[in-house]
Design a protein around this ligand. Sequence first.
Ligand code: HEM
Ligand code: HEM
Length: 468
Amino acid sequence: MKESPYEYQVVRGFTFSALFWLIVGLIVGLWIAFEMFYPALNLTPWLSFGRLRVVHTNGLGLGFGLAGIFACSYYILQKLTRTPLVFPRLARAHLYLFNAIIVMAALTLMAGMNTTKEYAELEWPLDIAVVVMWVMFAVNVFATLIKRREKQLYVSLWYIIAMTVTIAVLYIVNNLEVPVNLFKSYSLYAGVNDANVEWWYGHNIVGFIFTIPILAMFYYFLPVSTGLPLFSHRLSIISFWSLIFAYLWTGAHHLMLSPVPEWIQTVAIAFSIFLIAPSWGSVVNGYYTLQGNWEQIRSNYLVKFFILGITFYGLQTFQGPTQGLRTLNSFFHFTDWVVGHVHMGTMGWVTLTISASFYYMIPKISNNQLHSIRIANVHFWLILVGQLIWTVTMWIGGIQQGAMWKATEPDGSLTYNFLDALASLYPYYKLRFAGGVVYFVGIVLFVWNIIMTIRTAKNQPLNANKEV
Ligand code: HEM
Ligand code: HEM
């Protein structure tokens, strides 16, 4: 056993942050899900659906998602380069600034300070803080890559590089704004241009948080946790470059049948369909990695997280391009079908992959066994069942909603008004809430399992910072 040269304190810090923001974001998610069929819960403006919805999306996308990504990126980066972080103190400052930003984000959004651009709601002082925080992360990523002892760049590192560069560009370009005072700004762009830039950003920020770094985790943690080499490095690199190339052209599929020029919409549709190929390149690579060793899905508790995770990714990257087609989009746009699409990805692919990555990584850096594999298995089944109840309910509800909005009488008038359609969805919203509770219980077990693994490590005779 030897002293580890790697910086794990910051990995642990980001892991705790991810777990904390996951619980907070989900409680808010359950609250707004309840408000959808029990509007009396809109007790004060601070607790109104409109304000809490953005706390939910930011709390989970930025709080949970990004913290999980930073934890795993710092770990993977050091392991794959065989080089300790070049600036460990900068990484710790990054951790503190990150949490300060998320706290301020939650408070300002609850107070109603909001740019009104989806996924870019934070006002300008926080935008500046986000850029500073991102530079702190990027400096460590590139400095460590430059000093690396391992010459070859495994595909996970390519994904981390792509995320680091692209998010910086997206965030700065879309958030160019003119401040009027400390709490209010207006976008530099106007009208259709504003919408175009916003959805170029919106689509890609989702992709470069909920897809690109999650693939980095998948490509690293699946082989190391199974002991099986990746099926094809060549395929992984081809998938990487074609995914990155195509992704950035597809934003306008969020603006179908809008005043955005038709050719831009058509380009977005074409690239969206093209995206099926690189996305499935990763799915196939994952499946084939297990070729001849499928019994591990029973014997190794982590495998089912990764395989179900990448399966949801595969399903979602098929559903996405189809719902972007003009005819289908004219039916599904604004309906709960899209909300179902979102949560298959976030509650399925993203959560399953981050959970399994933490289950592998935390025992390693704590030099301890996982507290309980049985709890991990129960966690798996609860989040799987909860997510399926959630998303399938929304898909069915979304079809009914679209059909009711479109139904017309022989004289051309609408058969149902908006409230009829809304009220008819209450049973679906109740079922969604129930699915959310099942999922939430699974997440509580997950958090407990990770915390106990770290806590009991302190009682072990082995030093937590040593590596076997
Ligand atoms: C090939 C891949 C994908 C394509 C082409 C795609 C396509 C689409 C389309 C067309 C919409 C807009 C539907 C509408 O509002 O009418 C949408 C929404 C969305 N998708 Fe995907 N999707 C893909 C994969 C994913 C993945 C992997 C995630 C990760 C969780 C994701 C997350 C989202 C989110 C969050 C929204 C909602 C955006 C909003 O707030 O309006 N998508 N997607
Ligand atoms: C207990 C689990 C969850 C519940 C009850 C829940 C609830 C909700 C609700 C009610 C909405 C608003 C839908 C609407 O406007 O009609 C929403 C939107 C959203 N949630 Fe969740 N959520 C959960 C889990 C998650 C997770 C784990 C993530 C991310 C990691 C996430 C990310 C999002 C996003 C990105 C949106 C915006 C979707 C869009 O604009 O189409 N949610 N959620």
